[in-house]
Write a protein that binds this ligand. Sequence first.
Ligand SMILES: *[C@@H]1O[C@H](CO)[C@@H](O)[C@H](O)[C@H]1NC(C)=O
Ligand SMILES: *[C@@H]1O[C@H](CO)[C@@H](O)[C@H](O)[C@H]1NC(C)=O
Ligand SMILES: *[C@@H]1O[C@H](CO)[C@@H](O)[C@H](O)[C@H]1NC(C)=O
Ligand SMILES: *[C@@H]1O[C@H](CO)[C@@H](O)[C@H](O)[C@H]1NC(C)=O
Length: 179
Amino acid sequence: MGSKTRTPPTKLSLLLFLAIFVSSSQADYQQKETNMTLYFQDFSGGPNATVAIVTGIPGKVWSFFSFGTIFVTDDKITAGPERNSPEVGRGQGIYVTSSLDGANTHVLFSIVFTNKEYNGSTLEIQGRSIQLASVRESSVVGGTGNFRLAKGIATFETIYYDATIFYSIIRCNVTVLHI
Ligand SMILES: *[C@@H]1O[C@H](CO)[C@@H](O)[C@H](O)[C@H]1NC(C)=O
Ligand SMILES: *[C@@H]1O[C@H](CO)[C@@H](O)[C@H](O)[C@H]1NC(C)=O
Ligand SMILES: *[C@@H]1O[C@H](CO)[C@@H](O)[C@H](O)[C@H]1NC(C)=O
Ligand SMILES: *[C@@H]1O[C@H](CO)[C@@H](O)[C@H](O)[C@H]1NC(C)=O
């Protein structure tokens, strides 16, 4: 009778052994840390706009500060702040104004590297961004290529704005752990 409820000790210890083995083998990845500063060349209007409205809530105003407005973006990313600085990648994805009061946007985009060093690799940026904050912080939730299993943070600061041509230069600092 008593033996019915006893767990066979060999099976249990095998399970424990496997669990320990699996978790320790994951920790064996050599984790690297990469810091970089990039510049987004952003045109929110004009003939060569790199940010455009896709849609919004029917019957409501569609804008950066209107809940529900969806944008698509493909900004040139450069090594230096100057407009003609060499391209190192593209910032491709979507933004959705996601707070009812219009203050926050949800950003969801890839940094797609096109430079020699990281060509074809990506970093995935996602999270809430407080649109008018001087420093906006978002998560790096993943990556590919050189940045597999990436996790980290990215800050965004608008360091130049020319309203006449809808042009902003946005500095992006990335700190990322990856394999
Ligand atoms: C990256 O930046 C962080 C935060 O500023 C710093 O603590 C770290 O030492 C830097 N790592 C490298 C590899 O430069
Ligand atoms: C838009 O892009 C075209 C093609 O690259 C260029 O000739 C034109 O000068 C640009 N216009 C502005 C306002 O930057
Ligand atoms: C990046 O890769 C693409 C596609 O493989 C290639 O056409 C391009 O020349 C590469 N760029 C650099 C800078 O190596
Ligand atoms: C981003 O990095 C630059 C140096 O490359 C530094 O001057 C700036 O303060 C950093 N911004 C943030 C928000 O950490």
